[in-house]
Write a protein that binds this ligand. Structure first.
Ligand code: F6R
Length: 616
């Protein structure tokens, strides 16, 4: 979702800001804008609808001088994606410019107050109300804020409800940026005589690796050489400097056509990273550094609640099977957006697991807080180091799959499932799993990356197969047991990037209504590896065939029977049934990718989607 970049230093700001915006394009946006400040204290603002390229073209023709500036990619929430709604927003006098991520919930009452003062809105956005409020306080505040930019920002942030990551500049203070955060990430890159502030490390990494993360309700006053951090209430803070671990190569295409394809193909290496150092084959144990002294507590939890959104929620569903089967502990999964408002009953000895690639999804952060409030011990399974969920959970396990830039989540999903398997095996071993069974499971987990390599080697065949069905507008995905969530994930991948309507179902549920949809040639993808549900799935396949649907089967290598029944078949290597989602998911990711390509869509920038949903 929206992206922020800000710069103060000796270099011309515009070019650097636009490059920063390009690094944030993957997050999803529909308009872009920039404001720079030059020596004669003029704010130069340029805004365009659509791609950052449009903004870059505009800047090539018009002036954006200055060595201080802010820039933004907007994903519309309040008001259509138009030029006048794009950020930066100014106050009425044109003195102050603001870029903002998040939502100002009480913008209507702020706007009403401002209208009473004779200040009319110039856009439909909530952000403009904040910019206008800061400007009003700066010029007319009367409570000590007048003429004091920092005090005006503090006071305005006090008065707003909602979430923000923001940066403010003023033509009266040409060498300053003010950055603040509540619920939407902001980090400050500390360079040599310069500061680069951004909502995501990707925009900072080529300038510096040294960063300071702002926490909620914190603010930083930045000049070329100075970083003064405080709470919004003006309590001085001393912030520590962290090092960004991400390498530039990891966020670039590196010869691939799309980030999604790069990330699908990275999965063997990514999962080796996830597992590295966490499996002790000699001892037959799991070592999870992020749990530290809490690891022994795994033996005493009486209930596990897993939560997340979208693909992360699908991983949670797989986790439910893993925890119940391997650790014999009751587990349940809930959408974070439901859990946060449902007043859930949390008993003592409950482990709340929050799954999130970004660690910033608004509903997942809120669900985490709800679990903590009700007394659960919380554990984050997160990819982005230093993200909100990573910092707020009681303990955590990082995915270590590297930055995921493609909007459709792929390697984070398999990383989440691998971490859940590690956790469930660890918990199981502390309860009833024998050393032999544990060692067997861990060996099979360790072999997964090589098995994924074998599936990826069939990518061309999977492309050809997909192209046979790509004209069809409705697909079904069926699976049972631990592969039912895989069916859901396959359907989600297809719809989000190819815009084909797809529905995932537990295979037996098909009979209770959806079977009415099946007509001649409708693609029905059935995830049917050899496990205890296999015969039942085969029966479901027969039912589809009876209605002339086309079966695309995901089957275990060597399954001749399914080859005869299915219209098309993709084989995956045999593994432990509970670990099978780690292999059965891969062909479904590839099918979605090739379907989107065949339909001519921008795979990395699907319409209406944002990489990280940081607003409700
Ligand atoms: C789908 C997808 C989304 C995310 C969801 C949660 O491909 O990417 O469904 O899984 O928005 O995001 P995170 O994992 O960042 O909390």
């Amino acid at each position: 979702m929206c992206g922020i970049v800000g710069y103060v230093g000796p270099r011309p700001a515009a070019e650097l800001l636009v490059t920063g915006l390009r690094r944030l394009e993957y997050r999803g946006y529909d308009s872009a804008g920039i404001a720079t400040l030059d020596g004669d204290r003029v704010l130069h603002r340029h805004r365009t609808v659509g791609e950052v390229d449009n903004l870059a073209r505009k800047l090539a023709a018009e002036r954006a001088p200055g060595t201080t500036g802010i820039a933004h990619t907007r994903w519309a929430t309040h008001g259509a994606p138009t030029q006048r709604n794009a950020h930066p927003h100014f106050d009425a006098s044109g003195t102050i410019a603001v870029v903002h991520n998040g939502i100002i919930e009480n913008y209507r009452s702020i706007r009403a107050f401002l209208t009473e003062q004779g200040i009319e809105p110039a856009s439909e956005t909530d952000t403009e109300a904040l910019a206008q409020l800061i400007g009003y306080l700066y010029h007319d505040g009367g409570n000590g804020e007048s003429g004091n930019l920092l005090a005006s920002v503090r006071r305005a942030l006090h008065d707003v409800r909602g979430t923000f990551g923001l940066v403010v500049i003023s033509r009266d203070h040409p060498d300053q940026l003010i950055a603040a955060r509540r619920g939407s990430p902001v980090l400050v890159g500390v360079g040599d005589g310069e500061h680069v502030v951004a909502s995501d490390g990707a925009a900072v990494i080529e300038h510096t690796r040294q960063v300071v993360y702002l926490d909620d309700n914190e603010l930083a006053l930045l000049t070329r050489d100075g970083l003064r951090a405080s709470t919004i209430d003006d309590i001085p803070l001393s912030k520590s400097v962290s090092t960004l671990e991400v390498r530039l190569q990891e966020i670039e295409l590196d010869g691939h056509r799309h980030h999604m394809s790069k990330e699908i193909h990275e999965q063997p290496a990514a999962l080796r990273n996830t597992l590295r150092g966490r499996i002790d084959q000699n001892e037959g144990t799991v070592v999870l550094g992020g749990l530290a002294d809490r690891e022994r507590e795994l033996a005493r939890y009486q209930r596990v609640i897993l939560t997340g959104c979208g693909t992360a929620w699908h991983a949670g569903l797989i986790g439910e099977y893993l925890f119940e089967e391997l650790a014999r502990v009751p587990a349940e999964v809930e959408y974070a957006s439901e859990l946060r408002y449902r007043n859930p009953v949390i008993q003592r000895n409950t482990l709340g697991i929050v799954l999130s690639q970004s660690g910033e999804t608004a509903d997942s952060v809120a669900a985490l807080r709800e679990l903590q409030l009700k007394g659960a011990t919380t554990l984050g399974i997160v990819n982005v180091v230093g993200s909100s969920i990573a910092r707020e959970t009681d303990s955590g396990v990082y995915l270590h799959v590297g930055p995921e830039i493609g909007v459709a989540s792929t390697k984070a999903f398999t990383g989440q499932v691998a971490v859940l398997a590690l956790l469930a095996i660890n918990m199981g071993r502390r309860r009833h799993l024998s050393p032999e069974r544990t060692a067997g499971l861990l060996r099979q987990l360790d072999e997964i990356p090589a098995k994924i390599e074998r599936i990826l080697a069939m990518a061309d065949a999977i492309r050809d197969l997909t192209e046979r069905y790509v004209e069809r507008e409705n697909w079904l995905y069926l699976g049972r047991g631990v592969n039912y969530p895989v069916a859901l994930e396959g359907a989600l991948k297809l719809k989000e990037i190819s815009y084909i309507h797809a529905e995932g179902l537990p295979a037996a549920e098909m009979k209770h209504g959806p079977i009415a949809l099946i007509d001649r040639g409708m693609p029905v993808v059935v995830v049917a590896p050899r496990d205890h549900t296999y015969d039942k799935v085969v029966a479901n396949i027969e039912e589809v065939k009876g209605r002339a649907g086309s079966i695309i089967a995901i089957a275990t290598e060597g399954d001749r029977h399914l080859a005869e029944l299915a219209d098309a078949i993709i084989y995956v290597p045999k593994t432990h049934p509970l670990l099978s989602p780690l292999v059965t998911t891969i062909p479904l990711q590839l099918m979605a990718y090739y379907a989107a390509l065949a339909r001519g869509h921008n795979v990395d920038r699907p319409r209406n989607l944002a990489k990280s949903v940081t607003v409700e």
